[in-house]
Design a binder for this molecule. Structure first.
Ligand SMILES: C[S@@+](CC[C@H](N)C(=O)[O-])C[C@H]1O[C@@H](n2cnc3c(N)ncnc32)[C@H](O)[C@@H]1O
Length: 344
């Protein structure tokens, strides 16, 4: 059992190396191990890679019931912004839930339904049990979504000092906070056009969640918290941002894959136009792997409101390369591909 040193900042430098399961998430203050950002077969020269060699990304096309219902009722496609508003509430409900308690509840419901021979209710409860079991495993046990060790490995080695960071489609803002812990003393602008993200996904992100980073005065590892970071959150469409080329890092986590190929140049331009000369663009997209396909199939009702591709890191790198970026590093973390790039 840990000693609580402050109500909202329960972990200190003495906890580095520690990992623990809380009710809603994993605390992971373990420094990196070598296998958390890798590419088994890295691309040495992006000029030699072609779409014929790697094919195109996989499209997720099993849509949520809510999207389908809306489209039936309104006789039109679900507008993109509304799709994101529905997605954010739906996805966040998973983070807010106590997965183990929910699993216990649905297990109990199976018993009650079977006793009363209500087969339809029993099947529904089995499905719920499967969902909560999988969510508990993916998010809480494996930490596959926040993936702090993978993200730290992806973000390490950037040559920035007190960086200005722009996070496009920031949602809960997790990765900006991880970057700020690793490169402290800077400032981040989080951008999302869904106000719920500012108010709830980021607004209610736990103050007590520890981010492992560095102490700028000693260079030693240090634990950082959200309320120690200089963050502004703008509720605005990325396309309406008025910034110039003023950011050291422009990052998006799971944004590029929502743009079909004809819009990919626009997606990359939205990163490039805000970067200082020599600034870093950081892109991640979900991986094309069996567990991800299974996740988006089983969680279709929760997740699938908008166009989405699953990619290999070679897809992401080739898109970035073709759109004018020099790829500095590329690799895979738990659920995502990652690319660190500069404008060519
Ligand atoms: C797939 S999510 C990013 C994934 C995120 N890491 C998460 O945990 O949900 C994309 C986010 O970008 C936002 N977004 C999409 N298009 C946008 C736009 N044009 N302007 C601002 N925000 C946008 C959505 O509201 C959503 O919160």
């Amino acid at each position: 059992m840990l000693t609580q040193t402050a109500t909202h900042h329960p972990y200190t430098e003495q906890h580095i190396g520690h990992t623990e399961l809380t009710q809603h998430y994993r605390v992971d203050l373990r420094p990196l191990s070598p296998d958390v950002f890798y590419d088994a077969n890295p691309v040495s020269d992006w000029r030699d890679l072609t779409w014929e060699q790697i094919g195109k990304p996989y499209r997720v096309e099993r849509w949520s019931k809510e999207k389908q219902r809306w489209e039936r009722e309104h006789q039109q496609d679900l507008p993109t912004k509304l799709a994101w508003e529905m997605f954010n509430r739906s996805f966040q409900s998973l983070f807010d839930a106590d997965a183990l308690a929910k699993r216990q509840e649905s297990l109990a419901e199976i018993g009650v339904a079977l006793k009363g021979f209500h087969l339809h209710d029993a099947l529904h409860a089995v499905e719920d049990t499967l969902h909560w079991t999988m969510w508990n495993y993916i998010h809480r046990v494996q930490d596959g979504i926040w993936d702090p060790r993978g993200k730290r490995a992806l973000f390490e080695g950037l040559e920035v000092h007190h960086p200005e960071i722009l996070f496009l489609g920031a949602a809960d803002g997790y990765e900006a906070m991880q970057l700020m812990a690793m490169y402290p003393g800077g400032h981040a602008v989080l951008v999302d056009y869904d106000a719920y993200c500012k108010d709830h996904r980021f607004g209610a992100f736990p103050d007590s969640y520890p981010f492992l980073g560095v102490d700028p005065s000693s260079g030693q590892p240090r634990v950082w918290y959200k309320d120690q970071m200089d963050i502004d959150y703008e509720v605005i469409d990325i396309r309406d941002l008025k910034y110039g080329r003023e950011f050291d890092i422009v990052v998006s986590i799971g944004l590029i894959e929502h743009f079909p190929d004809e819009y990919k140049p626009l997606a990359f331009e939205m990163h490039r136009k805000f970067l200082k000369p020599n600034g870093y663009a950081v892109f991640t997209t979900p991986r094309i792997q069996t567990i991800s396909k299974l996740f988006y199939m089983l969680f279709a009702d929760v997740m699938n409101y908008a166009y989405r591709e699953l990619m290999d890191v070679k897809h992401l790198g080739l898109y970035a390369y073709e759109n004018g970026f020099e790829i500095l590093r590329h690799g895979r973390i738990k659920a995502h591909n990652g690319v660190i790039a500069k404008v060519r």
